[in-house]
Write a protein that binds this ligand. Structure first.
Ligand SMILES: [Fe+2]
Length: 429
């Protein structure tokens, strides 16, 4: 009898844990105005808790920090893509067709073992902290961007994470500086738009690392790199819809921000803007140049204007012209940026630390902070042309922490132990 009751309570406890298991991949991002919106997404599937049964969902409770009753939101449930499984099913289906067997059509069968859940907030108050929880999760917090620039406000920017212990250390270091957001400018999970387990591992790492001591989860502002896309780069004659299918994880999670093939400018009121371009992964670079010119021009009055793209204009581990994207950016994007009021550029892709000052042929000299080494395997910088323009170089994992005030920004490259590797002060242009 005692054995039965132990077994029964174990089963009940087990079922309860499954039903409300704290999501270990939950992360925040923005799909609209960072002052008034927020999006939370988390995944379910093997190792991440049971997906809700058909027609069911999970609920999330939230409120302004410390104030009043909890309000409830039901998450939207969406299938998380699993391209390898889709391909396997397609092969099975073709084999069945060849045998003329009467099997059900594969699209009628479960296409993926993974789902993701999404809650979107709109109409929030700027500069407020909110609390939320779901299932058995602790109470987490999020913060909207302030209405005006708050002196000392920081954000972090880097690229090329992968799912390494170094990535987790660097993301923790970034979080310890209390940034409003973390920007990863491409090559997040190294899942290549097809390895779903690797993608899930990245979100586990990001969830664990990108939170403050007070339990505030730090939104991720994502840019695209070659490792988001099957094949890495745009292919001639491919439409945006076709290319988007080659980056299924990226567009599942960030398609709310990247709705068209145009680049995205994320504006934080009238005090900070981040322009995120695509170095030919889904959209050819030539199609983005007039957008860049127009969007730099329309943000002339924004005191802190930054741009980010993945393939470095000033390569370090690669050669000066190893990839045509580098040359295209130097010849077409850098001059526009030199003519603008841009404070700095973030580049990635070469897995080391390099800060270059542009030559200023078209206007002002601009700092280009690179080259993507949050956690990906480090490479040795040997590009001689970039070396002549470089102000700092090191073979170190790092992320840049950018601290803003009204008249200057301080950009600090921080390493795995939180040590300062490089520091630049930029006066308001
Ligand atoms: Fe890359």
């Amino acid at each position: 009898m005692r054995g039965f009751s132990v077994l029964a309570s174990w089963l009940i406890l087990g079922m309860a844990a499954g039903a409300g298991q704290a999501p270990s991949t939950l992360f925040l991002s923005w799909e609209g105005d960072p002052r008034t919106t927020m999006t939370a997404q988390w995944m379910r599937g093997p190792g991440l808790g049971q997906p809700p049964s058909s027609g069911k969902s999970e609920t999330l409770q939230w409120r302004t920090a410390g104030e009043g009753e909890w309000k409830e939101r039901t998450a939207e449930v969406l299938e998380f893509p699993d391209p390898k499984l889709w391909r396997k099913r397609q092969i099975e289906y073709s084999a069945m067709q060849n045998k003329k067997a009467l099997f059900p059509h594969p699209t009628k069968r479960k296409a993926s073992e993974w789902v993701f859940l999404r809650v979107r907030w709109e109409g929030l108050e700027p500069g407020r902290t909110y609390e939320f929880k779901t299932g058995d999760s602790p109470v987490w917090k999020f913060r909207t961007a302030p209405a005006q620039l708050e002196p000392g406000m920081t954000f972090a920017a880097g690229g090329d994470s992968d799912v390494t212990p170094e990535a987790e250390e660097i993301l923790r270091t970034a979080a310890s500086r209390d940034p409003l957001f973390i920007h990863v400018g491409g090559d997040l999970a190294y899942s290549d738009g097809q390895h779903v387990e690797q993608e899930m591992e990245f979100w586990r790492i990001y969830h664990r690392a990108a939170q403050t001591k007070e339990g505030r989860l730090i939104p991720l502002v994502a840019g695209i790199g070659n490792h988001e896309v099957q094949g890495g780069y745009w292919k001639p004659n491919q439409t945006f819809a076709q290319m988007r299918e080659k980056a299924p994880f990226y567009y599942a999670l960030f398609g709310g921000l990247y709705r068209t093939e145009e680049p995205v400018a994320l504006d934080f009121g009238d005090y900070l803007s981040l322009l995120m371009l695509d170095t030919g992964h889904v959209t050819p670079m030539e199609r983005q140049t007039s957008w860049l010119e127009k969007n730099l021009e329309s943000r002339k009055g924004v005191p802190w204007l930054f741009s980010s793209w993945h393939v470095a204009a000033y390569p370090s581990a690669r050669g000066w012209d190893s990839q045509p994207m580098s040359g295209y950016a130097r010849e077409n994007w850098i001059p526009l940026i030199e003519k603008s009021r841009t404070a700095g550029v973030f580049n990635h892709h070469d897995h080391d630390l390099q800060r270059v000052e542009t030559e200023g042929k078209a206007g002002r000299k601009i700092m280009v902070f690179g080259n993507g080494a949050i956690g990906a395997g480090l490479r040795w910088a040997n590009c001689e042309e970039s070396a002549r323009l470089a102000k700092f170089r090191a073979m170190e994992h790092h992320i840049y922490v950018v601290s803003l005030t009204a008249d200057k920004v301080v950009v600090t490259a921080v390493g795995r132990q939180g040590q300062e590797l490089d520091r630049t002060e930029i006066r308001r242009p």
